[in-house]
Write a protein that binds this ligand. Structure first.
Ligand code: CP3
Length: 350
């Protein structure tokens, strides 16, 4: 890969560290990228956003490409993630979506019964949701590092669809799960099929790797995680060919013993997981990604560096992708991102 502009780049002739880490090759240092690395903590992102809404941005492939490249101009990340949102495919399935000012996402017509589930449209990714695919084509042609595609996992998407918005206890979601398990299972099935197709289309559009975000699966009891979130995520990932896959969930530490069953090539850990413990439970052959607390980027640079080194040291020389334990937030300091990346790039296992 060559980069014609001043962008983070893998040295010519070398295979990207990200792909080598995902094959558990021992490396001199882990590759590093950060979830939500394109976003509101960057003034150049805010400049683009001042001209249009978040959803308008997501539907403009040229601007999604531009915004994906922004952090790669500023920081020496080893990978990028295509700019989009996990909720866009649900809009394409026929569920109107809004992002109010200062609010999270909302589905004004939540999916709460069998008729609403049956009414969900089957989508063809290239026909019904072309913007992330076009954006991937444009971005992979320009970026000097691998670009990840992504999707929401079926359980997490079902949470938003059924609830109609974010929630602390996911009351409506769990109500359907416990009172009409057949309908809930049918919804997860429909979503798993859609997610699998959407991820595979992203691989065909140039994604070097795809990540499944199961942000809310940590809200489940272990037996419900194994009954619902796990098989639905496995079904979605089983459709992906030709690129490594990552599975990320928050608060998943209690589920570590079962995460390998999802069939992802690597597991993303949130910051509450102890890295050494997670690796010992998952086993040495499952690569991990993570897991600095995003809020820790506000610490003095020497403290950030110390925390980064502790994570790398606990993860070991093979099968670790450095990342945060969740996404960057609007208040994340740019100096903290530099401090973390300096510490990763200064590390040497040799
Ligand atoms: O990581 C990246 O840089 C790629 C882009 C990306 C976004 N959202 C952009 C975004 C990715 C991978 C996501 C995933 C996503 N979206 C998840 C799973 C991971 C996670 O963060 O938990 C979820 C649950 C969503 C749904 C979503 N989108 C919510 C709840 C919100 C509002 C919360 C907030 O941060 O304001 C969004 C909006 C959103 N998605 C923004 C960005 C940059 C902020 C929108 C803006 O510019 O106003």
């Amino acid at each position: 890969m060559t980069a014609p502009e001043a962008l983070a780049a893998t040295p010519a002739g070398e295979e990207p560290l990200l792909l080598r880490a995902l094959r558990s090759e021992p490396l001199p240092r882990p590759p590093a990228w950060m979830m939500r690395q394109a976003g509101r903590y960057l003034p150049e992102y805010m400049a683009v956003r001042s001209t249009l809404s978040f959803l308008e941005l997501c539907h403009d492939a040229d601007l999604c490409c531009e915004v994906t490249l922004q952090p790669l101009r500023r920081f020496p990340f080893d990978a990028g993630i295509i700019f989009s949102d996990i909720l866009l495919p649900l809009e394409a399935m026929g569920c109107p979506l809004t992002f109010g000012k200062g609010e999270g996402p909302r589905f004004p017509n939540p999916v709460r019964d069998r008729a609403a589930i049956a009414a969900l449209k089957r989508i063809d990714p290239w026909r019904d949701l072309p913007s992330p695919l076009r954006a991937l084509q444009l971005t992979t042609a320009r970026a000097g590092v691998p670009i990840l595609g992504f999707a929401g996992a079926p359980f997490t998407l079902a949470c938003y669809l059924i609830e109609g918005e974010g929630s602390k206890d996911w009351h409506h979601t769990k109500s359907m799960m416990f009172t009409d398990p057949e309908a809930f299972g049918a919804l997860l099935d429909r979503l798993a099929e859609m997610v699998g197709d959407h991820l595979q289309a992203q691989v065909e559009a140039g994604a070097a790797c795809v990540q499944l975000f199961d942000t809310w699966a940590g809200a489940l009891a272990p037996d419900d995680f194994r009954r619902w979130a796990l098989p639905a995520a496995r079904k979605a990932l089983s459709k992906v060919r030709g690129a490594p896959t990552l599975y990320f969930t928050r608060d998943a530490s209690p589920f570590l013993p079962w995460l390998a069953e999802i069939g992802a090539d690597a597991i993303g850990l949130d910051w509450r997981a102890d890295m050494a413990h997670a690796r010992s439970v998952l086993g040495p052959h499952i690569p991990v990604q993570g897991n600095l607390d995003p809020q820790a980027l506000a610490a003095p640079p020497a403290v950030v560096a110390e925390k980064v080194r502790a994570i790398i040291s606990a993860a070991g020389p093979a099968g670790h992708v450095f990342n945060l334990g969740h996404g960057l937030v609007p208040s994340s300091p740019i100096s903290g991102v530099h401090a973390a990346l300096d510490a990763v790039r200064g590390w040497s296992w040799a």
